[in-house]
Design a protein around this ligand. Structure first.
Ligand code: SF4
Length: 481
């Protein structure tokens, strides 16, 4: 496995240190708005924009970290130039001789599959051909890192559940709320404050899990300096750009590859995020006849592909968190083997569904899928008033979940939203074998050689994160507009 990877990654002199580029900017015009109301202070900030301060001389600088991911966002009125997350930056990193690695999400694969009328596997192979022709060194699969995130989430849920049922001492241990959606995290941190944050799972999203694996493990294993690697993910939404820009997803180089030049450097797990639509833009900009491209073999190091060449992974279109954790908890806590797919019962609408496990007439597990801000606000209200009886909630900001993310390729004229989602769901699962994350050989190897075991100290340090209540740096800056 490592031989294959090192062959793939033979990319010139790795000792040639090239400083990360800072100069490129991108517009987030068209960023998917998330429909929640502005806080009062944010409304004031909005008002203050129409009354310019004559003492203000320097332009206010806005970075991704300042985005509130709200519908009244500073990005809606004008084109805001933001650094780093762009096709230009991606292409210039290749030109500069960086080791460019791309991690493709299964939702983006499905989006491209529907657009081109190909299967997910064909898309993955042709995209590998296309990206490598540009100079990308390896193309991986975030359904692989998602399996690791799912295992850590299963472990975290079982610990929380036991904590609650042992002595009832920690009421904020359940419901555990999924953490893979940055739209939801941004909303929770900046609008809901500290009461909701303890409920959110501490496990990093599949995007950041992949970032950590590549920059903190693979680089060390291959003796590559992490600052020489430019890691790009392809994702279904713009909010993933905000996630990648969080300070929590940077780490400091301790010692690396036998050199000391880069010790103390701050490294970003994911350098850039491209949406499915931006990848299509790139294909079109290069005037490539994508359908007729050769199909390359896949980079197996961090990809869910078996010996026969089939893709595999969990089937939930937003990551399968509720389903996987439910099955695991039923087995570990109650000795019940439950085969998927689970029969989620519609509660209010198709974006709010639940599934329960009863043992001896008592409901012992109650899980929900809760997608879209309207449903999400209802559930938050219930938690706040102590009326929420779910043990786990898979929360996603987008109605219909990640397949319907704002960065996906738009549907064809005349196609109904319902037909469109159905076609994406088919492309997402059609040639992908349903699998158990605990049986993924790639993840087993990662635990064996790096993380020890689920929930270990090392896993907690590298695969988990923290959330922070509101930091209104932008509102302070806007007071001077
Ligand atoms: S639900 Fe939407 S905002 Fe959240 S991760 Fe998925 S695509 Fe992105």
């Amino acid at each position: 496995m490592s031989e294959k990877f090192s062959a793939t990654l033979r990319i010139g002199d790795l000792n040639d240190y090239i400083a990360p580029s800072q100069g490129c900017v991108v517009s987030l015009k068209g960023i998917k708005p998330t429909p929640h109301k502005l806080q009062k202070s944010e409304q004031n900030a909005e008002k203050s924009r129409s009354a310019p301060n004559p003492l203000q001389t320097d332009p206010v600088k806005i970075s991704l970290k300042d985005c509130l991911a709200c519908s009244g966002c500073i990005t809606s009125a004008e084109t805001v130039m933001l650094e780093k997350q762009s096709l230009d930056e991606f292409l210039s990193s290749i030109k500069k001789g960086k080791t460019v690695i791309v991690s493709l999400s299964p939702q983006s694969r499905a989006s491209l599959a529907v657009h081109f009328g190909l299967s997910s596997l064909q898309i993955f192979k042709k995209l590998t051909t296309f990206l490598k022709s540009l100079g990308v060194k390896a193309v991986f699969d975030t359904s692989c890192s998602r399996d690791l995130a799912l295992i850590e989430s299963c472990n975290e849920f079982v610990s929380r559940y036991k904590q609650l049922s042992d002595d009832g001492s920690c009421k904020s241990s359940v419901p555990m709320i999924s953490s893979a959606c940055p739209g939801w995290i941004c909303y929770a941190e900046k609008t809901l404050g500290s009461y909701i944050l303890p409920y959110i799972s501490s496990v990093k999203s599949p995007q950041q899990t992949m970032g950590s694996i590549i920059k903190q493990h693979i680089c060390q294993k291959m003796c590559i300096r992490p600052d020489d690697v430019y890691h790009v993910t392809v994702m279904p939404c713009y909010d993933k750009k905000l996630e990648a820009a969080r300070d929590d997803f940077m780490f400091e180089v301790k010692s690396q590859g036998g050199t000391h030049e880069n010790i103390g450097l701050r490294i970003t797990e994911v350098d850039s995020v491209l949406t499915s639509g931006e990848v299509l833009d790139l294909i079109q900009a290069k005037s490539v006849d994508f359908r007729t491209l050769d199909e390359s073999s896949l980079d197996k190091l961090l990809t869910n592909v078996n010996e026969e060449g089939h893709l595999y992974g969990v089937h939930g279109s937003s990551g399968g968190y509720a389903e996987t954790i439910f099955q695991h908890a039923a087995k570990i806590l109650f000795g019940k083997e439950i085969k998927g797919p689970l029969d989620f019962k519609i509660i209010k609408n198709s974006d709010f569904r639940e599934v329960c496990l009863e043992v001896e007439g008592k409901t012992v597990l109650k899980f929900a899928l809760c997608y879209g801000f309207r449903n999400l606000q209802n559930i938050v209200r219930k938690i706040k008033t102590g009326k929420c009886d779910y043990h786990f909630i898979e929360v996603m900001a987008c109605p219909s979940g990640c397949l319907n993310g704002g960065g996906q390729i738009k549907r064809k004229p005349g196609q109904s939203p319902r037909d469109f989602i159905q076609s994406l769901e088919m492309a997402y699962t059609d040639d992908v074998l349903a699998s158990d994350p605990f049986k993924n050989p790639v993840i087993k190897t990662l635990y064996d050689e790096w993380l020890d075991q689920p929930g270990s100290e090392k896993a907690k340090k590298l695969m988990h994160t923290e959330y922070h209540p509101v930091v209104k740096s932008i509102t302070a800056a806007l007071q001077n507009w």
